[in-house]
Design a protein around this ligand. Structure first.
Ligand SMILES: O=C(O)CCC(=O)C(=O)O
Ligand SMILES: [Fe+2]
Length: 355
């Protein structure tokens, strides 16, 4: 079976939460699209600035959207759209102006739970060839408050030191949303909204920059996607709306793909494996992928995206939250959970045991 025919079920042994559906990692002529499903777009300003009623209304709608498909689009989050424009330019600049041999000095390696560093094109994972270059930095790569063994040195992580403050602006703007987003999710689950506040204080995250270069004719004909089907391993991901479309989301009710349409300046939120686990499967870790854009611009135009994955630190426990019924999963240390799940992408020796 070629990599392009691979099914997610072949890798099911890595999953640390239940994923009962079957999908092809690559796109296929046989795929069906769900043109009727509307992913909810919600005004997060109601939760950030509203009274108790507004907050409750937002939390209920957000919880319903995440329970339904694992994705929601938020407006009113307060981050200036111009920051996203600057970051989009910064991503193009970083990938196109850094020589390959320089990029390869930062080749991705495990750093705690997270595979941090540069991923060459077609090497985002060992299981399928994606047409994307990626670069991931976790909290340690930023000059931000945290416990450290040695003073921060930008050159350990960045090909040019000035990239760090530029991308730090994005991580700081989004870090300010980590707790409010988690609080709204918890309220939507009917839990105490502050259950995760402590774990999310100066928590770990992974900023991933994705650079999808224009496709060659051969790549276009090969059937390969830009980023093949996967689920995020995190609590949740914050993805600013991209200028070029292409994100597709699995609707587990219809078994069809839904094309993401998010207005400029909005952020896309999706729940990942950590959240599926602690929510006792109430919030799914939904499969998504990046295909060709609907306007056919992939032969000439690159696409960039810059999701931030929100994690808890390696030694924290992932435990089903109180009040969500008989737990389907035992408590597990985050590092074991994270590395076992992602050894699907990085090879069996990526997994780290609990102690
Ligand atoms: O590029 C996108 O729109 C999504 C990227 C993504 O799913 C990821 O990096 O995990
Ligand atoms: Fe993703």
């Amino acid at each position: 079976m070629s990599q392009l025919d691979a099914l997610n079920r072949q890798f099911a042994k890595y999953d640390q939460v239940e994923k009962a559906h079957t999908y092809r990692l690559a796109e296929s002529e046989a795929d069906e699209f769900d043109e009727d499903y509307e992913i909810a777009t919600l005004d997060f300003g109601r939760f950030l600035h509203g009274d108790a009623n507004e907050k409750a209304g937002f939390a209920a709608a957000f919880g319903a959207a995440l329970h339904g498909i694992g994705f929601a689009v938020l407006t009113g989050h307060g981050v200036d759209e111009r920051l996203y424009d600057d970051i989009a330019e910064g991503v193009v600049d970083l990938f196109t102006s850094t020589p390959l041999e320089e990029k390869m000095r930062f080749r991705a390696a495990r750093f705690g739970s997270v595979a941090q560093g540069y991923f060459p094109i077609e090497e985002t994972s060992e299981i399928h060839p994606d047409l994307v270059e990626g670069w991931v930095w976790c909290r340690r790569a930023f000059d931000m408050p945290q416990k450290r063994d040695a003073p921060f040195r930008a050159e350990e992580f960045w090909p040019r030191a000035e990239y760090e403050p530029r991308f730090r602006r994005l991580t700081l703007a989004h870090e300010a949303l980590f707790k409010p987003i988690a609080q709204a999710m918890l309220q939507g689950l009917g839990c105490d909204p502050h259950l995760l506040d402590e774990k999310l204080t100066e928590t770990n995250f992974g900023l991933r920059l994705n650079y999808y270069p224009p496709m060659s004719e051969e790549q276009d004909r090969s059937g390969a996607g830009r980023l093949l089907g996967h689920e995020d391993v995190d609590l949740f991901t914050i993805l600013p709306a991209t200028r070029v479309d292409g994100l597709q989301v699995w609707n587990h009710r219809s078994g069809k793909w839904v094309r993401m349409k998010a207005p400029p300046g909005s952020i896309i939120i999706n729940t990942g494996d950590y959240m599926q686990r602690i929510s006792n499967d109430h919030f799914p870790s939904t499969t998504h992928r990046v295909g060709k854009p609907t306007d056919g611009s992939h032969r000439e135009t690159p696409r960039v995206s810059f999701p931030i994955a929100v994690y808890v630190w390696e030694n924290e426990l992932l435990e089903v939250l109180p009040g969500l019924g008989e737990p389907k999963y035992p408590p597990v240390k985050a590092i074991a959970f994270h590395t076992r799940s992602t050894s699907k992408f990085y090879g069996d020796d990526y997994a780290v045991d609990e102690d």
